[in-house]
Design a protein around this ligand. Sequence first.
Ligand SMILES: [Zn+2]
Length: 286
Amino acid sequence: MIDIKKIDQAQAEILKRAYSNKQLAHSFLFVANDQTIAINTAFWLACLYNCQGENKPDGTCQNCQQILSGNHPDVLTVQLDDRQSLSIDQIRPLKEELAKSPVESQIRFFIIEQAQTLTLSAANALLNLLEEPIAPVVTILITNNLDQILPTIRSRTQIFKFASEASLSGSKDSLLDSGFSADEIDNLGDLTKLNQSIKYFYEEICEQNDLAIVSAYKLASQSQSPELRKYILFRLKYLAEQDLHHDDKRITGMHMLKYLMDVDKMNLSNVSFKNLLMYLALQGKR
Ligand SMILES: [Zn+2]
């Protein structure tokens, strides 16, 4: 669900200033590990343009509501659906759309999710659109991997890198997609502190720091409930996956994912949670 309260405030501030000064770019590339935050921020921007309220964007006026429910005729989204990639058939209609005049507003918004999955032909069609839009349009591409975006597209967009810390507060919506039930998420409580401890633990393992052993004990004693234990392993995997997106950390991330898969197997054979974490803490030593 789109929630324009859950956005990256720092980036939104920059966008708002550019908008007020009428200096907003026409194409953006939002790079974010947390896609939900980036998508919300893209919709927030579309609302900012179209909002009829005083406190723009209020998210409550008719225009905002239409946008947020996905029913605004001038705000179009391209999504993966069930496929592996975004095809040219999904990009072509955008161009056709531009040939008509906007239905309700002065400008259109194209929001393209998972832009790293654009096929080459789709990317080229999009490039065309970015180069010579035949009508006013703001195109926002969203990706979790800048490396997989064609350099020609990168150079034609204004790149916004969302801080990964933005997701540290633990966007709980994304947990639902990751195999946690609503009850489990409720029971987890506030994750801010725990996320910080998990992050330290992860870094200590990677740095082969002896403190990892201390942290393993601490984390184990803090995680009394099954959902907390499940969450800690989930979060460690998340951190490892993040590392895969950075050239200098890719190898570390791959190693950590392998250890975490070992841990999953051990978990099935009833190894205590403390021992699982100890296993991880000692991996850095190898
Ligand atoms: Zn509004």
